[in-house]
Write a protein that binds this ligand. Sequence first.
Ligand SMILES: C=C(O[C@@H]1C=C(C(=O)O)C=C[C@H]1O)C(=O)O
Length: 293
Amino acid sequence: MSSKLHRPIRIGRIDYTNVWPVFHHFDESALACEAEIVREMPAALNRKLRAGEIDVAAISSFAYGQSSDRYYLLPDLSVSALGRVQSILLFLKSPLEKAIHGKIALTTTSATSVNLLKIIMEKFYGGKPVYEDAEPSLDRMLEHADAALLIGDHAIRASWEKRGYRVLDLGEVWNVWTGHWMTFALWAVRRETADSRPDAVRSIYEALLASKHASESDREPIIRKAINQIGGTRSYWEGYFSNLHHGFAKEQQAGLALYFQYARELGLMDGQPSLTEWPEAKAAYSRKSQVNL
Ligand SMILES: C=C(O[C@@H]1C=C(C(=O)O)C=C[C@H]1O)C(=O)O
């Protein structure tokens, strides 16, 4: 059946710079299927994918773990870091010793990082703060809280304003305590879409991988775009994109498995998530590698 007879596939794109390497060269008009891009904050994409309002998306790794029985993983795609990530930041108005038993404002845009913060506060630092959800605005968050968690471009912009707050990079804290990678986002496809529209999903997956590979071999277009659209210096963005890793191999999987384990131990996540790769991905992946050779 021609793909023209199908409704467009809806693709969720996180509206933060951290996914640019995977989306920059991705052109939905060049796919073998009709597709629409839905740009949102991670928390909105988590909800929309779960509800079936979108078909395939970059979502919080925590959200993947919560609904892993409904999704397949698109292999070798993630937003990960080994140590400093620069965009998952806790801004401290009070000393850390006070904040771990005080009040912490949490951005409503995240799922992975709010739970990573809880793991850090409660399991690593032995604290028990009160958490409060808040829109991602540092000044307003800190009016009534000892510390505030921001992610993505909200965190990046806030980190450039010299306010004198102490700042913890949660990727770095995680790495210091565990020695592991941290994976913040994964690419997931709903199982019913993958099963009913494999050709469309293959076309999307191959285009995402091709974009990632193009960005890895030349970061220049993304760096220039970031300077123009967001500001900051060339050296900032060079550092930012070189700390981020968009593959998902054994090392990143081990870090995520430990994060899921801790999340379950603290009662933040039910059940045992499985990282089930889309069964058709291997064929798509090896065809792509051959094309690239
Ligand atoms: C590295 C980042 O990774 C992200 C963090 C997420 C989360 O905390 O749920 C989700 C997707 C990514 O945007 C970032 O936002 O800066």
